[in-house]
Design a protein around this ligand. Sequence first.
Ligand SMILES: Nc1ncnc2c1ncn2[C@@H]1O[C@H](COP(=O)(O)OP(=O)(O)O)[C@@H](O)[C@H]1O
Ligand SMILES: NC(=O)OP(=O)(O)O
Length: 315
Amino acid sequence: MSRIVVALGGNALQSNPKDVSAESQLASCRLTAKAIVSLVKEGHEVIVAHGNGPQVGQIVSTYETASKTAGGYVMPLPECGSMSQGYIGYHLQQSIGDALRKEGINRSVATVITQVVVDRDDPAFQNPSKPIGSFFTKEEAYKLVAMENGYVMKEDAGRGYRRVVPSPMPKRIVEENIVRTLAEAGHIVISCGGGGVPVIEDEDGLKGVAAVIDKDLASEKLAEIMDADVLLILTAVEKVAINYNRPGQKDLDTLTAEEAEGYMREGHFAPGSMLPKVQAAVMFARSGPGRKAIITSLEKAEDAIQGKTGTVVTN
Ligand SMILES: Nc1ncnc2c1ncn2[C@@H]1O[C@H](COP(=O)(O)OP(=O)(O)O)[C@@H](O)[C@H]1O
Ligand SMILES: NC(=O)OP(=O)(O)O
């Protein structure tokens, strides 16, 4: 039995990026739930974290559109982040709960709205880098920048242009005790959705900040403090590659932290997509003896935990 923190990527929540409907997300979550329940069936203790880039962008732009007829008020980004945790958590909670019942497994599922403390002086606040929302062409992107004051648009790993927002490093998970208590009591916990709602701490308490934390890095922090054995990062590819989409592409079965750092320096992993996953994997592998990270696809989650596939990152 291992304790596994599963970080769910975009395709686990919206397998068709062009269809941002709730129905489509729920259908994806139902497939994802099967993969998660297969791990529970094997006897593993599972804590789930997930992304929110498309969803938080959708929520923000809905409020922006509504603000045009509602006195100009636009919902702040941390509030939109917390809504995305509720929206995605609801679909995952329902889907995993139903899948557990179908397997005759008597376990509960709980979504914990999670706040993650970040450093107010994190340089990321000066350099927006986290893509959120839909993809646009270059022309559409320029038009949006001109229309929406304060938007920064960047090209996202060859997939089109997206709005980018600051993405500070996660420092502390505020709700860590409740996540641990629920997990140790045998419940399936969904935490750190969208990397957690970013907050800063001062003498008055916590205050949300306009940013979106990378979910792979937040999942790594969660895996560390939950003393997990495995950080399982599920994305759209079965293995990490060097020379990805270039001549000489080679899928990697194993990767030491040192090798990964070398490949990172050589630029093999796209920023904003594979790079944060490899960074998170290296951080987790180095965080304690025997800890490993696995990067693989949703479909291969069970095989990867059984050592049959995926890219395994160790210290
Ligand atoms: N070196 C690489 N090896 C494998 N995939 C890579 C690599 N560099 C970039 N990618 C791309 O990154 C994607 C994963 O990033 P992304 O889609 O942003 O993640 P998420 O699943 O968390 O939403 C992969 O599906 C693949 O298309
Ligand atoms: N918050 C976050 O990292 O979301 P995505 O994985 O959807 O980009």
